[in-house]
Ligand binder design. Structure first.
Ligand code: CTP
Length: 424
C-alpha cells in the first residue's frame, strides 16, 4: 500500500504536497481520508478530497488559501473549511474529532481528537481509512479497523454495535455501498441493522437527513438494486407511505438505469438532468396528490424538486396527446415545454416501446427546445403595443411559426410582429 498516493493524478498529488508542506511548517499532522482512500484501494476514480487535520482545520485552510492565493470558505459552526484550488478542485478540511451521541439519531456531540478517534466515529471499516500526507511518513496508511481486509473480502462492516442506532441513516448507506460495489453486509453488521430496524430506528432521525441519504441512493448508477435490497430487509418504512407496484417501478428503473448514460450524452450534454428525480418520479408514479403532498412535506423537499416531480403527474395526459397521428414541431413543443427535462425523461421511459413517441421527445430536446426568438417584448412595445398579455401571445405565436419553419430570419420576425400588432 506504500505507493497508494502515486495512483492519484498529478494535479491532486501536487495539491496534497502543498497541503503536507504547509502542515509541516505549522507542526500539525494531516491526512486524506474516507471515500477517496477507499476508492484508491479499489482502483476507482474519486475526486472528493477530504482532509483531516490533527489541529485546527480552519486556520490550516486559511494558511493554505493565503499562501497560494486561493478562494476559501469556512463553516465556523462545523469547524470545517473548503479551499478551491486553481483548477476548481475543492478540498474540504475538518478537524480530527471524537463524537458521542446524546441520544439515538441525534446529531453527534463533537470534541477535537486524534486521527484514530476520527476514524473510529465513521460508519464502516471500508470508510475508516486515512493516508498521511505530511512529507515525513508520506503515504502511510492508517487502517485501525482492518478496512483493507474488508475491502478485499468485499464486506461492509460497522465499527461497533451501536452504529446503526446512533445514526440510522447508515442503514441506507450500508445498502448503497453494498450494491454499488457488489459487496455484502457481513453477518453481524446485518444482525445489528435488522435490530435497529426492529427498534424503528428511522423514527429517531430528522426526515430530511434520511431523505438526503435516500437521494444519494437514487443518484447511484443502479438504484433499483438498493431499493430491492431495502424492500427485502423491510427498510423502506422510512417513507411513511407504502410504495405501490414496486416490482413494476423496479422494472422501469432498470430500463432507465441502462439508458440514463447514453441519454445524458445524447440529449443533455450541456444541461445534465438529475437522474435521482427520474427514479423518484418512477417510484411515486401511482401516488395520488394527497400521498405525494405528504411525502413532500415529510421530507421537506425543495420547491424546485416538488414542481418537477409534480409536473411528471401530467405525464399520461401529455403522452396521450403526443400520440396524435400528425403533430407539428410547435405542437410537440407546446406539449412538452411545460414539463421538466426529468419529467420528460420519465415519459420517454414509459413510452420506450412506442417509436414515434420516443422520436418526438428526442426531437423536442435536440431541435425544438433551444429555439428562441431574436425579438423580445421591448421590440413589440416599440411597435406600439402596450398590453403585456398581448405581447406574450404574439411572441408565442411567432415562436410557433419559427418552430414550424414558417419564419427564419430576424427581419421576418419583425415583419410578423408588426403585422400581428396592428391586427389587434
Ligand atoms: N460518514 C459517516 N456516517 C455518515 C455519513 C458519512 O461515518 N452517516 C463518513 C464516512 O467515513 C464517509 C465520510 O463520512 O467516508 C464522507 O461521507 P460521504 O461523502 O457521504 O461518503 P463517501 O464515503 O465519500 O461516499 P461517496 O463515494 O458516496 O461520496
Amino acid at each position: 500500500m506504500k505507493n497508494l498516493l502515486s495512483r492519484l493524478n498529478q494535479d491532486i498529488r501536487l495539491i496534497l504536497k502543498d497541503i503536507g508542506n504547509i502542515a509541516d511548517e505549522r507542526g500539525v499532522a494531516v491526512f486524506v481520508v474516507g471515500g477517496l482512500v477507499r476508492d484508491l484501494i479499489l482502483g476507482k476514480e474519486n475526486f472528493d478530497l477530504d482532509i483531516v487535520v490533527e489541529g485546527d482545520a480552519i486556520t490550516m485552510a486559511e494558511a493554505i488559501a493565503k499562501r497560494k492565493k486561493l478562494e476559501w470558505v469556512c463553516y465556523r459552526e462545523f469547524g470545517t473549511a473548503t479551499v478551491i484550488f486553481s483548477k476548481g478542485d475543492r478540498v474540504d478540511f475538518a478537524t480530527a474529532r471524537k463524537e458521542s451521541y446524546a441520544h439515538p439519531g441525534a446529531l453527534p456531540k463533537v470534541v477535537a481528537g486524534s486521527i484514530h478517534d476520527d476514524l473510529f466515529r465513521r460508519d464502516f471499516t471500508i470508510n475508516a481509512l486515512a493516508v498521511r500526507i505530511n512529507p515525513v511518513r508520506l503515504g502511510v496508511l492508517i487502517d485501525d479497523f482492518s478496512g483493507v481486509q474488508d475491502l478485499k473480502a468485499k464486506r461492509i462492516r460497522i465499527m461497533h454495535d451501536q452504529s446503526f442506532i446512533d445514526d440510522p441513516t447508515r442503514i441506507l448507506r450500508a445498502i448503497r455501498f453494498e450494491q454499488r460495489f457488489n459487496f455484502r453486509i457481513e453477518k453481524h453488521s446485518l444482525n445489528m441493522l435488522n435490530l435497529a430496524l426492529s427498534k424503528k430506528a428511522f423514527q429517531t432521525v430528522k426526515p430530511e437527513r434520511i431523505f438526503e441519504e435516500f437521494r444519494k441512493m437514487l443518484s447511484e448508477g443502479t438504484p433499483q438494486k438498493s431499493l430491492k435490497r431495502c424492500d427485502s430487509l423491510g427498510a423502506l418504512d422510512f417513507l411513511g407511505i407504502k410504495l405501490k407496484n414496486l416490482s413494476e417501478s423496479l422494472r422501469l428503473m432498470e430500463k432507465f438505469s441502462y439508458s440514463s448514460r447514453p441519454l445524458q450524452k445524447k440529449l443533455f450534454k450541456d444541461n445534465p438532468i438529475e437522474a435521482w428525480l427520474v427514479y423518484f418520479m418512477i417510484l411515486v408514479e401511482h401516488f395520488g396528490e394527497k400521498d405525494l403532498d405528504t411525502i413532500f412535506k415529510r421530507f421537506n423537499l425543495k420547491k424546485i424538486d416538488r414542481n418537477k416531480i409534480a409536473s411528471s403527474k401530467q405525464g399520461h395526459v401529455v403522452l396521450k396527446k403526443l400520440k396524435a397521428k400528425r403533430l407539428s414541431p410547435s405542437q410537440i413543443y407546446r406539449l412538452l415545454s411545460p414539463l421538466s427535462s426529468e419529467a420528460i425523461s420519465f415519459l420517454r421511459i414509459k413510452a420506450a416501446s412506442h417509436r414515434i413517441l420516443v422520436r418526438r421527445i428526442d426531437q423536442f430536446f435536440l431541435n425544438y427546445r433551444a429555439v428562441a426568438l431574436s425579438i423580445n417584448g421591448n421590440d413589440l412595445i416599440n411597435f406600439g403595443l402596450s398590453s403585456g398579455n398581448r405581447i406574450g401571445m404574439i411572441l408565442a405565436q411567432i415562436l410557433d411559426e419559427k418552430l414550424d419553419g414558417l419564419i427564419t430570419t430576424r427581419e421576418e420576425e419583425i415583419l410578423r410582429a408588426k403585422t400581428l400588432a396592428v391586427q389587434g
